[in-house]
Design a protein around this ligand. Structure first.
Ligand code: NAD
Ligand code: TYD
Length: 354
């Protein structure tokens, strides 16, 4: 492998993946981070990477729907592996404004597949990063396996399901060298605070209300982002062509328990709220999300057995690392809270991003 292109590399998981690739994985080639720089992108998170790995790392601002631009990046850099993270990723936004999800997640993935098809033999692997949400919602029992039928319930998960089907179809029809991974909810450093865990950490730190949807008993299977990055790299380097691997943390928790743990950790680190009292008192039950999936849980036996990967972090250790990271990186948090990160991007890369 000479050059890995990471689409959506300026987002939460993409940023962590690029860090893992360049700093920890042992990979010796180059990395192209290709990103449109939507609201969810934060290039400040990769500033030190760009400095430390100058010569091995390059950033390109492009939309994956722009086939000519992306094709030129692939050819100009001799890209031989594509790790495809770029997506609109937030369920609540997909409920309010689904169009961008159809455009980026479905049309954008199709454009990338066409780019690979036109370069058969030169691109050795197209890895598609997907979600367990394509399988729909579980009752109290069972876990999602790779052969669980798709049953997406939100515009986000439906758009990811469509992109998964396109990737599979391009394998069957044209023989593209693809792999797919479907993972559970990630948490860790550099996550945008519209998602549950960073939102709760930011608000609890600042003594603001903690909005919990419905009864707080929806269950998610939490995966520490570094574990996810290691799993993806394992699939890219050792996974079989055309195969799907489920990735999970074996950590099922109801949302309310996650929020309690965050409150307790912040009380422990920062002391009680100014007026006294635990941060648990900030919890506010709010109107439920429409079509809110009740429970996700991943059976990750396949990747454990076949590729020898296993999550290293338990929720207890991962959430401590995460809370401590946000507390130690107050400048990063501030730049996100004030919107300064967008100004920084626009100053460097011009207008146009949403
Ligand atoms: P994110 O929203 O933090 O980042 C997405 C990135 O994609 C952003 O940098 C954004 O600018 C970029 N992007 C969006 N549209 C683009 C376009 N048209 N062209 C180029 N770049 C574009 O998302 P994330 O949480 O890092 O998720 C990454 C991938 O992992 C997504 O495919 C998502 O579906 C999948 N996933 C995420 C989770 C999770 O818990 N975060 C769980 C399962 C699967
Ligand atoms: P989220 O982080 O949006 O991920 P996803 O919808 O992809 O699972 O939400 C995780 C869970 O937390 C989900 O059950 C919805 C819930 N949630 C809240 O209760 N309050 C919030 O403010 C948010 C953002 C999510």
């Amino acid at each position: 492998m000479k050059c890995v292109m990471v689409t959506g590399g300026a987002g939460f998981i993409g940023t962590n993946f690029i860090r893992y690739l360049l700093d920890e994985s042992g990979y010796a080639g180059r990395v192209v981070c290709l990103d449109k720089l939507t609201y969810a992108a934060n290039l400040m998170s990769l500033e030190d990477v760009a400095r430390r790995h100058a010569g091995r790392y390059v950033f390109v601002r492009a939309d994956i729907c722009d086939a000519a631009a992306v094709g030129a990046v692939v050819d100009g850099n001799g890209v031989d592996v594509i790790c495809h993270f770029a997506a609109e990723s937030h369920v609540d936004r997909s409920i309010v404004a689904p169009d961008a999800f159809i455009e980026t997640n479905i049309v954008g993935t199709h454009r990338l597949l066409e780019i690979v098809r036109a370069r058969m033999g030169r691109i050795r692997r197209f890895h598609h990063v997907s979600t367990d949400e394509v399988y729909g919602s579980l009752g109290p029992e069972g876990r999602f396996r790779e052969d669980t039928p798709y049953h997406p319930n939100s515009p986000y998960s439906a758009s990811k399901a469509a992109s998964d089907h396109l990737v599979r179809a391009y394998r069957e029809t044209y023989g593209l060298p693809v792999t797919i991974s479907n993972c559970s909810n990630n948490y860790g450093p550099y996550q945008f605070p519209e998602k549950l865990i960073p939102l709760m950490i930011f608000n609890a730190r600042d003594g603001k209300p903690l909005p919990v949807y419905g009864d707080g008993m929806n269950v998610r299977d939490w995966l520490y982002v570094r574990d996810h990055c290691e799993a993806i790299w394992r699939v890219v380097t050792a996974g079989a062509d055309g195969e799907t691997y489920n990735i999970g943390g074996r950590t099922e928790l109801p949302n309310i328990e996650v929020v309690h743990v965050i409150c307790d950790l912040l009380d422990e680190r920062l002391g009680p709220l100014p007026g006294g009292g635990s941060r648990r008192g900030l919890i506010t039950f709010v109107k439920d999300r429409p079509g809110h999936d009740r429970r996700y849980a991943i059976d990750c036996g396949r990747i454990e057995r076949e590729l020898g990967w296993k999550a290293a972090e338990s929720f207890r250790t991962g959430i401590r690392r995460t809370v401590d990271w946000y507390l130690a990186n107050a400048d990063w948090v501030k730049s996100v809270q004030t919107g300064e990160y967008r100004k920084w991007v626009e100053d460097q890369y011009g207008g146009g991003a949403r």
